[in-house]
Write a protein that binds this ligand. Structure first.
Ligand SMILES: C[C@H](O)[C@@H](O)[C@@H](O)C(=O)CO
Ligand SMILES: [Mn+2]
Length: 586
């Protein structure tokens, strides 16, 4: 069952008041429900669902009835609404497991905002973080509309709360373990369980080989998948020295292998009812995964075809079965970058793009090696985002929005022509033989469009715990010959994105160099659009402090009680609040 938002209409219980206000308060609840259900979608593409309490709530008896109803409906967040004075601690949602918000109507006939303030004080004192929603301008009592600023806050709260609810109770599947000493691939059980409500699981990479050898996959689907792949996934240039290139026959075998591998990893993560029909009941169940990672290097890639095809296709919004939800599979089993990908995916319902944060190109260095003085978005330099062979094909930026502009879009909005264009933009180059002796194919594309994107990264810092980094910016298009010169200096068989963070002139966003210099690890994930403010709200729900961002102060929306930890320096207050509340789950 998808996570729902529970709406709690709150009222003053005095007979005359109740009779006078019942309709108004209920109409606020209905309006909030309609707003949320009409605007937000779950990751599966269906509209987000809200449940309204059976009665208005004037005290603890009705609060209990409401909590009972919500507990049967998988309500993971509550929005209390009111237009009048009510009794704060007697009506509030005291379930420690729900994410909370209150919308107090800004009218002065019956002061909903006074209740809101009293209720916020109660939440702060009792230790339940809650978001406060209050319109900027006074409304008439008879006005049943939701002002735009309130709409924005309700939707931001609901979108992030649904993301929290969607993660809860799922699994993270480590296929393999630690890749090349990358700390992010040491899956931290406590982090996943306590901060995200996600159960980490381990599956040895030999399981992929067992299923391959014993043919534990759907042969009919495999035939279709293979045919589709050979028709739609273009062979790319072989960058290896002729004497170590694999033969055409070897490559043909590798194609068969990587298609099967993709299906097998998907089945391990998500299950597949066909496997039950084939006599493999346990395998058919899958592992309830919301994300996973593939170790790959080196115990696999030293002698088996690389995981790039599986990673790139699973992370994309489509495969041989058509358009479908991307399945996050992190390169090098970097579990923390998988978490970054997951945050991006849950907030946009679109593919997330995994990347090495590889090179800072200063304007001077670009000019020195290419003769071109960077201008436009590239003016202050840029960062080369390039994964070692795999990235969601959506990252090629060939999908088009309703105005015909390049974008990455919610997977369920992908059109046939978007899929074709992403496939057209991608070539599959034989893997670099120096690094990857087992062969296989890397996904090669160039993000050839100026798109608003947000780069993000979850880190674990001893003494602090998890932290989140956010850099909003743009993908950059370089003159063709400059792109070639820069890209040829690294492995040109990999997917490339040139990224320019939006500078603010302050702190880590004084210049592009500082953004790269402050990045917490070798990897990041980017998502379409400027979603920094949503990420900040989501992180505050999970009690993950944000250590770097370029979001304007006016857009920062965290639980009201965070102000109790300080209002001048929001970053420090965030750290203190997250530490005081601790992780969401115990
Ligand atoms: C091929 C190399 O081993 C790369 O995979 C390596 O540089 C990384 O991606 C490290 O993040
Ligand atoms: Mn890497």
């Amino acid at each position: 069952m998808n996570a729902k938002i529970g709406i709690r209409p709150i009222i003053d219980g005095r007979k005359a008041e109740r009779e006078n206000l019942e309709e108004k308060v209920m109409s606020m609840a209905v309006a909030a429900k309609e707003l949320i259900e009409g605007n937000l979608k779950y990751l599966d593409g269906t509209p987000v669902q809200c449940v309204i309490a059976d009665t208005t709530i004037s005290g603890s008896a009705q609060a209990r009835d409401c909590a009972e109803k919500f507990s049967k409906e998988n309500v993971t967040a509550t929005l209390s609404v009111t237009s009048c004075w009510c009794y704060g601690s007697e009506t509030m949602d005291t379930d420690p497991n729900t994410i909370k918000a209150i919308w107090g109507f800004n009218g002065t006939e019956n002061p909903g905002a006074v209740y809101l303030a009293a209720a916020m004080a109660a939440h702060a004192q009792k230790g339940y973080p809650a978001f406060s929603i209050y319109g900027k301008d006074v409304q008439d009592k008879s006005d049943t509309s939701i002002p735009e600023d309130v709409q924005e806050k309700i939707l931001q709260f609901a979108r992030c709360a649904v993301a929290v609810g969607t993660m809860k109770g799922k699994s993270y599947v480590n296929v393999g373990s630690v890749s090349m000493g990358i700390q992010g691939s040491y899956c931290d059980d406590q982090f996943f369980q306590k901060y995200l409500g996600i159960r980490p699981e381990f599956v040895d990479m030999t399981e992929v080989l067992r299923r391959m050898k014993n043919e534990i996959y759907d042969e009919e689907e495999y035939k279709r998948a293979y045919e589709w792949t050979r028709k739609n996934c273009k062979d790319g240039f072989d960058n290896n020295k002729p004497e170590i290139q694999h033969t055409a026959e070897q490559k043909e075998e590798e194609w068969k292998f990587v298609v099967k591998m993709t299906m097998i990893i998907r089945d391990i993560m998500l299950g597949n009812p066909r496997l039950k029909e084939l006599g493999y009941y346990e395998e058919s169940l899958g592992r309830n995964a919301i994300a996973g990672g593939f170790q790959g290097q080196r115990m696999w890639s030293d002698w088996q075809p690389v995981g790039d095809f599986a990673e790139a296709i699973l992370n994309s919004s489509f495969d041989w079965n058509g358009v479908r939800k991307p399945t996050i599979l992190a390169t090098e089993n970097d579990t923390l970058n998988a978490t970054s990908m997951l945050f991006g995916q849950l907030l946009t319902n679109s593919a997330s793009v995994f990347a090495d944060v590889r090179t800072y190109w200063s304007p001077e260095a670009v000019e020195r090696v290419s003769g071109w003085k960077p201008e436009g978005l590239a003016e202050n330099g840029f960062i080369h985002l390039i994964n070692s062979g795999a990235a969601a094909l959506d990252g090629s930026a060939r999908s088009k929005d309703s105005e015909g502009k390049p974008c990455m879009k919610p997977w369920y909005e992908m059109k046939e022509e978007d899929v074709t264009a992403c496939l057209e933009a991608t070539q599959w180059c034989p893997a670099s033989a120096g690094y990857f002796q087992g062969g296989g194919f890397s996904s090669q594309f160039y993000t050839k469009a100026e798109m608003p994107v947000t780069l993000m990264r979850v880190n674990l810092v001893h003494g602090v715990g998890p932290t989140l980094q956010i850099a909003e910016g743009y993908t950059v298009v370089l003159p063709e010959e400059v792109h070639d010169i820069l890209n040829q200096r690294t492995d040109p068989t990999w997917p490339t994105t040139w990224f320019a963070p939006r500078l603010t002139g302050e702190g880590a966003f004084s210049d592009v160099y500082s953004v790269m210099a402050n990045w917490g690890a070798n990897h990041g994930s980017f998502s379409y659009g400027h979603i920094g403010k949503e990420l900040i709200t989501l992180a505050s729900m999970l009690r993950i402090p944000v250590s770097l961002h370029n979001v304007e102060r006016k857009d920062i929306f965290r639980p009201h009680c965070f102000a109790g930890f300080g209002t001048a320096d929001l970053e420090s207050a965030d750290y203190r609040a997250c530490q005081a509340y601790g992780p969401l789950y115990r």
